[in-house]
Unconditional design. Sequence first.
Length: 176
Amino acid sequence: MKLSWSHAVVYVRDQEKMIGFYTQVLGFTGPDRGPLGGDAQIIFMSQEPEEHHQLALVTSRKDDAPSNTVNHFAFRVSVLEDVTGLAETLGGIDGVKVSGVSHGNTLSIYFNDPEGNGIEVFWDTPWHVAQPQGKPWDVSLSKADSLNWIESVFGDEQGFVPREDYYAPRREAAQD
């Protein structure tokens, strides 16, 4: 059986604030919504036109405790400038903390939504690096400087190879 990722559901307190964050800051559309029973609503959102929802918000969270047991949700983007531009946008939002991190194989920002749920937005670098790895990354670096920095920081790590050299044998093995 091969599974493909479909969606995540998050319990929220302030639906309008959370809808605003996910639509205005992260570009989700929708929302399709409806009652779940009692006072709870479910709001469905997506960035993919062929996916009814990639994210659903359920308005049943009543406590002020930190977010639930999910560490973070991760989203891939196709250009590094989306990561750095989002970091700049997020820097102007009260209560949102942004951290630039590289795992060698990605350049990422980690941040929280308004209710403390963890989010990662990342861009794949041209390399594979054995994991776990994680080094603070200066999001103000240019693409060229970021890639040079990755080579200098991760280049001596075991398993540092071009991404294609790592994934090609895995694709071949999956076809067998």
